[in-house]
Design a protein around this ligand. Structure first.
Ligand SMILES: *[C@@H]1O[C@H](CO)[C@@H](O)[C@H](O)[C@H]1NC(C)=O
Ligand SMILES: *[C@@H]1O[C@H](CO)[C@@H](O)[C@H](O)[C@H]1NC(C)=O
Length: 345
């Protein structure tokens, strides 16, 4: 090879020509950005990605909102930050106007499983989601069901759609619950990666009672289980048999997360659901089933992949299980009373 390499004499005219060409391209693309309309496509595409990339910051327009005060914390009665600096989302700590601007043009996929008799919950779930879930944003409801003909037609606002995904059922409700991880994992690879920015995975036997918006979105989020928010880690109902892939020793654990509400970017949800599914396959081969099924595996995953946001029990409540404590200013997503034996058979 010529020791002068690329910078050698023979390369110079080519190089000068190329640099001039590149400079012109750069100049014109900047000029286009100054002409209204011309640069918009470029700009919006980079904006579109920035909320998904923790190293990028989305641009927001001029907005008028009350100023926060450093010595006047928005909530003094509850923990609002984990020790790994993930926000814990409570009423009073966020401003939806700012967040809506940061997450504009985001598409959110909501997965929900309506297998066997659980289809009866879909109507109320979808109706209340239209009132409270990600209002003003693009939403695709992915309804997994073995009874596509029974999916109700609920009127949807613009930019929102229901996609029915026909899947098989399983004999035991525990199996139905556990196979959700596998199905979300499979469909994430096949289509969710190409169709939405975030995935929100929720239980169907629930209704929305108040705002659930983009404040929940983050690369990986989990929701505190209403039965254990005040409990010590020793009392969490983690899987305690060391033979199980979901095993968590008594001296470990941050929170007890609910199986009925988690999510994140599609890539992170794909990782989570694939890992949980694989762990369940290993357990099954060893003749084991974790004490709380997919929820046990979710808790194991979130112990070693710390969520980047944690949703307070406002985001998952059961009025039959617990009386509402005073620090819960809102109940956003609550259990619909049901006859377990009747629905699960
Ligand atoms: C919004 O996102 C879509 C892709 O989902 C993109 O094609 C479009 O240019 C974006 N629009 C704006 C205004 O950012
Ligand atoms: C998920 O995908 C794998 C690999 O393609 C397949 O073997 C499996 O049956 C699928 N699972 C479900 C529940 O569809």
């Amino acid at each position: 090879m010529d020791p002068r390499g690329f910078w050698g004499k023979s390369a110079s005219p080519w190089l000068c020509g190329f640099l001039l060409f590149a400079a012109c391209l750069g100049f014109y693309s900047n000029i286009f950005n100054l002409i209204p309309g011309w640069g918009q496509r470029r700009e919006s595409e980079s904006d579109r990605d920035s909320h998904l990339d923790p190293c990028r910051v989305p641009k927001v327009p001029r907005m008028l909102y009350p100023n926060v005060q450093l010595l006047n914390p928005m909530r003094a009665d509850v923990l609002v930050l984990t020790p790994w600096f993930a926000p814990i989302v409570w009423e009073g700590v966020f401003d939806s106007a700012i967040l809506d601007a940061q997450f504009r043009n985001t598409t959110i996929g909501l997965t929900v499983f309506a297998i066997k008799k659980y289809v009866v919950f879909l109507e109320l779930f979808l109706q209340t989601a239209e009132k409270h879930f990600m209002v003003g944003h693009r939403v695709i409801y992915y309804v997994f069901t073995d009874r596509p003909a029974d999916v109700p037609r609920v009127p949807l606002a613009e930019g929102r759609q229901v996609v029915v995904l026909e899947v098989r059922n399983y004999a035991r409700w525990q199996e139905v619950s556990m196979h959700r991880m596998e199905m979300i994992s499979n469909f994430s690879q096949q289509r969710f990666l190409h169709e939405v920015d975030y995935l929100v995975c929720m239980d169907v036997d629930m209704k929305f009672c108040d705002h659930v918006g983009v404040e929940i979105l983050s690369p990986l989020f989990g929701t505190l289980h209403p039965g254990f928010y005040g409990a010590a880690r020793e009392a969490f109902t983690y899987e305690r048999r060391p033979q199980s892939q979901a095993y968590i020793p008594r001296d470990e654990g941050d929170f007890y997360y609910a199986g009925g509400f988690f999510g994140g970017s599609v890539v992170e949800v794909l990782q989570l659901t694939t890992a949980c599914h694989q762990a369940m396959v290993v357990d099954q081969a060893n003749g084991l089933e974790a004490v709380w099924h997919d929820e046990s595996h979710l808790n194991k995953y979130l112990l070693y992949h710390k969520p980047t946001k944690v949703l307070s029990p406002e985001y998952l409540w059961d009025e039959q299980m617990q009386q509402r404590p005073p620090f819960l200013r809102k109940l956003r997503y609550v259990a619909v009373p049901k006859n377990h034996a009747e629905i699960r058979q």
